[in-house]
Design a protein around this ligand. Sequence first.
Ligand SMILES: O=P(O)(O)OC[C@H]1O[C@H](OP(=O)(O)OP(=O)(O)O)[C@H](O)[C@@H]1O
Ligand SMILES: O=c1cc[nH]c(=O)[nH]1
Ligand SMILES: [Mg+2]
Length: 216
Amino acid sequence: MTLQLRVYVPPHPLIQHWLGVARDADTPSVLFKSAMTELGRWLTYEAVREWLPTEELTVQTPLATCPATMINPTVPIAIVPILRAGLALLEPAQTVLPIASIYHLGLVRNEETLEASCYLNKLPAQFPPGTRVLITEPMLATGGSITMAMSELTKRGVDPALTRIISIVAAPPALQKLSVAYPGLVVYTATIDEGVNSQGFIVPGLGDAGDRTFGT
Ligand SMILES: O=P(O)(O)OC[C@H]1O[C@H](OP(=O)(O)OP(=O)(O)O)[C@H](O)[C@@H]1O
Ligand SMILES: O=c1cc[nH]c(=O)[nH]1
Ligand SMILES: [Mg+2]
């Protein structure tokens, strides 16, 4: 079977509503942050379907024994937020996955060349085999940042097929790069937009996600 990048845009009214709020240039930073929190929560909820490892147990109710499908606590789960903007999706992802370990990765694009560089790397030397990784990265634009993140992860033993990206706005250049380099990877995004302009901004997009989240 040939592996392919899978990109899901969940057709959910809550996701569509909060995307509209985030896109609106008149939305103030405090509400923009709330929109990112809501989007992070619902996209994480969608993304962990068929990804969270479960086990079949038996529990004792007050009345009888009963089969129960529970999260398998022995399988490691990691969340990797891509700073800064990915921090906006971290707290809601943690709310959905409280047992996950958090590994921060700080990347920034050069505003002229649009090339990404890494200024903070808190990844472990090696991830245990079978680790489920959820990357929080709201903007997939030229794809330079997300491919750098994937390269740092796969060189530490992460399997792309066990990796999920949650993003708010994805653009074709980034999805194209990911599909060539990491078939088997799965992306959950609120929208796929038309393209990227000459300054590297997604159009129509939502502007600079980091600046709008942190009011800078
Ligand atoms: O696909 P790309 O072209 O690489 O663009 C996407 C990246 O650009 C933004 O980061 P930025 O450099 O603005 O840093 P910030 O998150 O600190 O604002 C955004 O948060 C992504 O990480
Ligand atoms: O449109 C874009 C592209 C990259 N990063 C952002 O924050 N916004
Ligand atoms: Mg930015």
